[in-house]
Design a protein around this ligand. Structure first.
Ligand SMILES: NC(=O)c1ccc[n+]([C@@H]2O[C@H](COP(=O)([O-])OP(=O)(O)OC[C@H]3O[C@@H](n4cnc5c(N)ncnc54)[C@H](O)[C@@H]3O)[C@@H](O)[C@H]2O)c1
Length: 396
């Protein structure tokens, strides 16, 4: 019997899952999953979405009405980050399986609430950590857990965010902690989750330094590029005649014009973070997030008692090598980057994993612990930046 799904949130991320389900069902005599209902508080967006994706499910404004549908098995939550906690908890209270986009919640209590609600309901919790399905991440997990570098001492991880991509967050709801939790959480949780996922150990305490260093107010700049005389600004955009319908964060709370000034808009997210964290089994992490790079890249170095693995995961570079001691020469690990960057492939894998878990009736406990800790280093780091202390992480 096909799994009956409800979608909450018809922005760009909702579109990704509509496409994923279409791809998963392709060629099957009976669909593996189908959309029973589509929910969004924005009626125009919702209607446009259903038309574009040829979805005949019921259109709903209020998530409570969606959850009242008796045949509904599972819910996919693709709304802005600050809404995840309440929506996910409500889904569990109605006994549904949940795929909630990352981050699970924008504060530690919210993350605990969602994870505990999932445990109480004994239902699946999957969050949108697509990088786990990247072939390089799969290989790193196999090698690190398989002892390729001996006993793991720790890792250094640099989240290098392309300057253009990084600036777009400051033109959307993502720039405000009340909506995203901070960019360290919103963006960094993908990579921090990957560190947990690859190593299999969980964080205990964090010390961090950082703040808003790049997008500081500028008195010579206007509030929007269209009115601005700073010609050589690398973040200048020319607004299109019409606002693109599919732009992330283009409507609702925290929305801004496409050419809002990244320096002068209201914001409280960090754009620069350096942190150290200690994990179970004396594994340590040194992690950096900076936004002044040519392209997005994640640079990993896993160091053990017998050598290191150096891996660069990015669009312009996708390489991995093992430098085992006492050998002199590095061993190149051949990894093929998925065509188109891997997001699309991983999105389908992620949705398939969600359906697999529902079908198998998986014991969700371990998955829930990973979901909880996907945000725990970022939460502790934000606390540490503000308090100047080393912050202990509470277990679930
Ligand atoms: N896993 C990934 O790689 C990845 C990539 C991009 C975005 N995301 C996540 O996906 C989520 C959505 O991102 P987006 O860019 O599509 O956001 P968006 O702001 O563009 O769209 C969100 C949609 O949710 C609707 N909405 C808001 N509150 C609602 C509510 N209470 N009930 C019903 N509908 C509501 C809005 O009207 C809007 O249509 C975010 O949490 C984001 O962090 C994940």
């Amino acid at each position: 019997m096909s799994i009956k799904l409800g979608l909450i949130g018809t922005g760009p991320r909702g579109r990704v899952y509509a496409n994923a389900i279409k791809e998963i069902n392709e060629g099957l005599s009976e669909p593996r999953a189908e959309w029973l209902a589509i929910c969004d508080i924005d009626a125009d967006k919702r209607a446009r979405f259903c038309e574009t994706h040829e979805l005949s499910g019921t259109q709903i404004e209020d998530a409570g009405d969606l959850l009242a549908m008796p045949d509904l098995d599972a819910v996919v939550i693709c709304t802005p980050d600050h809404t995840h906690r309440d929506l996910a908890v409500m889904c569990y209270e109605h006994g549904k399986h949940v795929l909630v986009e990352k981050p699970v919640a924008v504060d530690p209590q919210g993350a605990r609430d969602v994870c505990r609600a999932a445990l109480d309901a004994d239902k699946v919790l999957v969050s949108g950590f697509v990088l786990r399905f990247d072939p390089m991440a799969v290989k790193l997990r196999e090698m690190v857990r398989g002892g390729a570098v001996g006993r793991l001492l720790g890792g250094t991880v640099h989240e290098a965010v392309g300057y253009h991509h990084g600036s777009t967050y400051f033109r959307r709801w993502h720039r405000l902690r009340k909506y995203s939790g901070d960019l360290l959480l919103h963006k960094g949780c993908h990579t921090l989750d990957l560190f947990n996922w690859i190593t299999g150990v969980f964080p205990q305490r964090v010390a961090a330094f950082g703040g808003t260093e790049i997008f500081l107010p500028r008195s010579d700049a206007a509030m929007q590029c269209r009115d601005c005389s700073v010609e050589d600004c690398i973040y200048r955009v020319t607004p299109p005649e019409e606002e693109p319908a599919e732009r992330s964060g283009s409507s609702g709370a925290g929305a801004l014009p496409i050419d809002a000034c990244v320096y002068n808009v209201d914001k409280d997210s960090t754009d620069t973070v350096f942190l150290s964290a200690e994990f179970d089994e004396r594994v340590r992490l040194s992690y950096t997030m900076t936004l002044s790079h040519q392209h997005d890249q994640r640079r990993f170095n896993f160091i053990g008692t017998e050598g290191e693995i150096i891996a660069v995961m990015g669009r312009s570079e996708y390489t991995m090598e093992l430098r085992h001691i006492p050998e002199e020469e590095p061993e190149i690990i051949p990894i093929e980057r998925p065509e188109g960057g891997g997001h699309k492939l991983a999105d389908v894998d992620l949705m398939s994993d969600f359906l697999d878990r529902i079908e198998r009736g998986d014991d969700p406990e371990q998955g829930i612990r990973y979901a909880y800790h996907s945000g725990s280093v970022a939460f502790a780091a934000i606390d540490s930046i503000e308090s100047g202390s080393i912050v202990q992480i509470e277990e679930l």
